[in-house]
Design a protein around this ligand. Structure first.
Ligand code: OGA
Ligand code: NI
Length: 343
């Protein structure tokens, strides 16, 4: 298994070089694209979802409008479900290379696969990340989890529980946002969340030189809403006024952000904000990102209720399939996606 960064037992070309303390050339970014340090002093709000509904609704909408990113605690996903998921994902990446090899695939159309070191933009630099991607439709079909790795043996059962609980939280957050914006509470539940939920388990092994590379490039998510279990190792940074905010790990919290589809669907009331993942040289970091998606044929466009009388919508209405086609060609930077869909 040459391709994974996380190959235990000494396998993996990159891992072998890395263990000798040098970052392989293919991961070294040109000087002007290396990660600039963060100088921001702002921190993301941490919202307790068990508070009075009025206050919670206001806090979620304010944070969503102001930063596009926030953390939530007491959110209803049982802490043991989160901890089991984090543990089984870490265990997966510690498996011997031969156990992971069967699941490795570079075929993008494959919804369930393991891949590594993706090149996202024009250029040759690779990102310091392995990724296990899992897909789950709702309601969950009996055979869904048979498409996921069967090692560690409890991965399937744990991941299914996590998918169900996390999707429930995503729906609840969308309801709060709808109530806050004056949309019907189930506005997003008709088609926009009727597609698969996708999980990316991002694994960033210790990196020989974090100043020269990134785990994930600055990007906006392509979905409706993202819930990130970032674990207890720092790595996520969020764009803010030309600077980068460090997202402090908070025990049992989810980091929440909006994807481009929510920006389009809310006619720009909620924005999709760029973020990136830093690496570190000391410890491996594993994060679990849950993305809520519409089906491919779903039309995505500004809600009429959010376009003032006499105004034009600010974004084009497209099918999700068309959105993805364009997103893949323009890249995930905020500016390019905005240019492609703004009227
Ligand atoms: C993502 C993402 C950030 C992280 O998976 O889209 O932004 O901290 N992950 O792993
Ligand atoms: Ni992201």
């Amino acid at each position: 298994m040459e391709k994974l960064l996380s190959s235990s037992g000494g396998g993996g070309a990159a891992a072998a070089v890395a263990s000798q303390g040098q970052l392989p050339d293919c991961f070294v970014f040109p000087a002007d694209r290396r990660p600039p340090a963060s100088t921001a002093t702002v921190s993301l709000p941490v919202i307790d979802l068990s508070g009075p509904r009025d206050a919670v609704r206001r806090a979620v909408l304010d944070a969503g409008k102001e930063l596009g990113f926030f953390q939530v605690v007491n959110h209803g996903v049982p802490p043991e479900v989160m901890r089991e998921m984090a543990a089984v994902c870490e265990e997966f990446f510690r498996l011997p290379a031969e156990d992971k090899a069967a699941f490795y695939s570079d075929a993008e159309e494959n919804p369930n696969r393991l891949f590594s070191s993706t090149i996202y933009e024009v250029g040759d630099q690779r990102y310091w990340r392995d990724c296990l991607r899992l897909a789950c439709g709702f309601p969950v079909a009996d055979d869904t989890n048979t498409h996921w790795p069967d090692k560690p043996h409890h991965l399937r059962e744990v991941a299914e529980k996590f998918f169900v609980a996390t999707r429930g939280l995503g729906i609840e957050l969308l309801r709060l946002l709808c109530e806050g914006m004056g949309l019907r509470p189930d506005y997003f539940e008709l088609d926009l969340t009727a597609g698969d939920v996708i999980i990316n388990v991002n694994h960033y092994p210790p990196c020989p030189d974090p100043s020269l590379t990134l785990g994930l490039p600055p990007h906006c998510d392509r979905n409706l809403i993202t819930l990130l279990l970032q674990g207890d190792v720092f790595g996520l940074q969020v764009s803010y006024n030309g600077d980068w905010i460090n997202v402090e790990p908070v025990p049992d919290a989810f980091v929440v952000n909006f994807g481009h589809l929510l920006e389009i669907a809310t006619n720009g009331v909620l924005k999709s904000i760029e973020h990136r993942a830093m690496t570190n040289s000391a410890v491996a970091r594993t994060s679990v990102a849950t993305f809520m998606m519409p089906p491919m044929e779903c039309l995505v466009g500004p809600a009429k209720e959010l376009v003032a009388a006499g105004d034009q919508p600010q974004y084009r209405t497209v099918t999700f399939r068309e959105f993805m086609r364009i997103y893949k060609t323009v890249g995930a930077r905020r500016e390019s996606v905005e240019k492609a869909f703004k009227i």
